[in-house]
Design a protein around this ligand. Structure first.
Ligand code: ZN
Ligand code: ZN
Length: 333
């Protein structure tokens, strides 16, 4: 710039950002409540003032707020391009759109009152998926893994070694999406139930008309959706998940253009395990009910602790309790 050092120093002193400060701003350094002007009647300013006062005076409020405002996501990775270019048959046919679909964890209360659940902030995010407009609804459904899909039901206390490889997903394959007053039923298996059937009949009695379509014949680019509007994914009879389209944009050259990479998980929620109540280290594999060896009527144990507490050296059951295989969603999914 052909400016000598002396001039540069003068300029930086006169034009630096601190030259814009006035009054007591230098001393307060944006840390004190006193900085809020007294004569301003803005709701946002008053809320901030109240919040800071409450954080100072009420430790329970302070810890509650800091817990709620903690970053809930373990990692976020955006759609990254692969270094290897996909073969022509695997390449996304452009133009196409990428949709981001946020799936929330199942909640008992969601079925009762979606609006209340959302306003209470109790619907917690499970995963965010990226899917292409040219893909079918069933492709997203097959990518979704809910802990209720991998459950094996029944009391195993008499024979904990009994190995049943069938899980709920293998037996109960019905499922439906409910998007903009249209049910999309999964009818790929002939014995699948149409969850929409009874709801549509019930609503028709009140003069409300819902449409029904099939999931396997509908592509995402045929849907009419609203960003941020809560929709429903229903499976395993009554496992209800909120589903929200959080973003839609066109595919660009920097995206991963391999169609086999979609749908993919682009964001996961923070995962916390259920740990064994004895060793407090290993993940829980068993849930016991009414066990006299546990302090609570329902307790969780890892495999080693469960067996050493509840069976003798010959494998004989000690006491009268029920034992269920426990699937911690954060360790099995
Ligand atoms: Zn589910
Ligand atoms: Zn243990």
């Amino acid at each position: 710039m052909n400016v000598d050092d002396e001039t540069l120093k003068n300029l930086s002193q006169r034009c630096g950002e601190y030259s814009l400060r006035c009054g007591r701003e230098d001393q307060l350094k944006y840390q004190s409540v006193d900085l809020f002007p007294e004569d301003i009647d803005l709701v946002t300013v008053n809320l901030q003032k109240n919040d800071i006062e409450k954080r100072k005076n009420y430790p329970i409020y302070r810890s509650l707020i800091s817990r709620r405002q903690r970053n809930r996501f373990l990692f976020t990775h955006m759609l990254s391009p692969t270094h290897n270019q996909p073969s022509p048959e695997d390449r996304i046919s452009t133009p196409d759109a990428i949709l981001q679909v946020a799936l929330y964890k199942p909640s008992k209360r969601i079925g009762n009152n979606i609006t209340r659940t959302l306003s209470n902030d109790s619907a917690s995010l499970e995963n965010v998926y990226a899917i292409l407009g040219q893909q079918k609804l069933t492709e997203l459904r097959d990518r979704i893994r809910c802990v209720n899909d991998v459950l094996v039901t029944g009391d195993y206390s008499d024979n904990p070694d009994l190995n049943i490889s069938l899980c709920a997903w293998d037996v109960f394959k019905s499922g439906t999406f409910f998007i903009e007053n249209v049910f999309y039923d999964d009818t790929r298996q002939p014995d699948n139930l149409k969850y929409s059937k009874e709801i549509v009949e019930w609503a028709a009695k009140s003069g409300i008309e819902y449409q029904c379509k099939t999931m396997e014949t509908t592509k995402f680019n045929e849907l009419t959706v609203r960003i941020g509007c809560p929709y429903l994914y229903l499976h395993q009879g009554n496992c209800e998940h909120l589903l929200v389209f959080s973003d839609i944009r066109m595919v660009h050259p920097h995206d991963n253009l391999n169609i086999n990479e979609y749908p993919c998980v682009i964001q996961r929620s923070n995962k916390r395990r259920t740990i064994c109540r004895v060793c407090a280290y290993a993940s829980a594999r068993w849930r016991t009910v009414e066990s006299e060896h546990a302090l609570n009527s329902t307790s969780f144990f890892c495999d080693a602790c469960f067996r050493s507490l509840h069976y003798d050296k010959d494998g004989k059951k000690l006491g009268n309790f029920k034992a269920y295989k426990y699937f911690d969603e954060h360790t099995v999914l």
